[in-house]
Write a protein of this length. Structure first.
Length: 197
């Protein structure tokens, strides 16, 4: 092999290495672009800027990633029923659902025009709402085991609590027990308090 051929081989090898390196660097960007493209269908209901299209639709921008993936997984598997969500995700690969959860969790929780947040829950529900902090955090902004509740709509919060209490929603082992001990009035008062945060 002459010197020119060796140089060409070395140059080709370098091109291959650099191409692989740049492909590796570009992979997260392509994955993010892919998640963004797939998220467009979500925006029809959950909002282009994170503000949902209706009061019964939850905010998913800035929601806890673990929670988002769990719910998408449960719609996918049939553990959580919903006539809109289940058909949308049942044929989507779990890796794609995980990427969507990460995409939305990385967004900023949408700012809302609201009155000042309540300083404390009404006395009638103060003790009852305290039990929620164990999983949902001291400011109800969620954590690894549970979603953010602060700032979700009254309609969504009340409907979710009612569906747990009625046994309609069963994809969480603890929530039905907690919701069953609360009256309709308690759940409504808790929903109003959390929505105002």
């Amino acid at each position: 092999m002459n010197r020119f051929s060796r140089l060409c081989s070395a140059a080709n090898a370098a091109v291959v290495v650099f191409a692989a390196f740049f492909a590796f660097l570009a992979a997260p960007a392509r994955a993010a672009d892919d998640a963004e493209a797939k998220s467009q269908v979500c925006s029809a209901c959950h909002g282009q800027n994170g503000a949902p299209g209706g009061p019964a639709i939850p905010i998913i921008w800035g929601q806890q990633q673990n929670y988002l993936f769990k719910e998408l997984h449960d719609y996918h598997s049939g553990d959580r029923k919903n006539p809109i969500m289940a058909p949308l995700v049942e044929s989507v690969a779990l890796d794609d659902l995980r990427a969507l959860a990460a995409y939305f969790a990385a967004k900023t929780w949408p700012a809302r025009q609201t009155a000042d947040a309540p300083a404390a829950p009404p006395e009638a529900i103060a003790g009852k709402i305290a039990m929620c902090k164990a999983c949902h955090g001291p400011n109800f902004e969620g954590g690894a085991p549970a979603p953010r509740l602060a700032g979700l709509s009254v309609d969504y919060l009340a409907a979710s609590m009612r569906s747990f209490a009625d046994g309609e929603r069963t994809n969480n082992g603890d929530m039905p027990k907690f919701m069953n001990v609360l009256s309709d009035g308690d759940r409504e008062a808790i929903a109003k308090y959390l929505a105002g945060l």
